[in-house]
Design a protein around this ligand. Sequence first.
Ligand code: KIV
Length: 270
Amino acid sequence: MSETPRKRKTIPELQAMKARGEKIAVLTAYDFPFARIMDQAGIDIVLVGDSAGVVVAGYETTLPVTMEEMLYHTRAVVRGVRQALVVADMPFLSYQVDLSEARRNAGLLIKEGGAQAVKLEGGVHIAETIRAIVAMDVPVVGHIGLTPQSIHRMGGYRVQGREEAQAAQLHEDARAVVEAGACAVVLEGIPAALAHEITKEIPIPTIGIGAGVGCDGQVLVIHDILGLCEKYSPKFVKRYADISGIIRTGIDDYIREVKAGDFPGPEHSF
Ligand code: KIV
């Protein structure tokens, strides 16, 4: 069977979706098979999140994730995608130290990874970096609110923007990200009413995670929605399947058959 030619969604198409009021569906992926399945299902954006560090590599936080790891995951995902837009996360320490390092690392995720855009965390304080990356024609997705790379400053994964001053700061962060040239922004872990206000206020698409239904789109971690990550389950996650149980049954059956000498049978032997 011949494969459909690649025609990946573009940044201007995302903008048009916001204008039409069409919701944007986003999921994370870290490897070829998951990326291919969600791409075939019609997902709009595949995000190669640095959450890979937690759900794939088993780290406690996203902080240890390296550029090499992000490039590896991004290449694998891009090979599985034909119609979705692919965005790759910039890992901690790949963009915070200086602008030239940030530009080089963003460029590598496009050039060697094959992503169409990069995502980085932060608002006002990271606007200059966003501007520098956008200036070399690399589209940037912002990420404000609960930013997991700031876990030590936040003191845990806590909802941001509940107090007035914090909410005002988030409005400023959103404006700064827009003015710096970002093409979309992730709003994570903020009250639904605040996310809705920001969505109405700014011209670029907002993608919510734990930010209510008033955003232009939604993103979740694939391992969370499929019940593959049993470590923790935040309130904003909806579990659409429980495949840990299915995997466990398959592995239990395999072990039992090997131990009993029932596998391989004649049909699996030469
Ligand atoms: O790393 C990630 O998966 C993310 C999303 C959950 C927004 O940044």
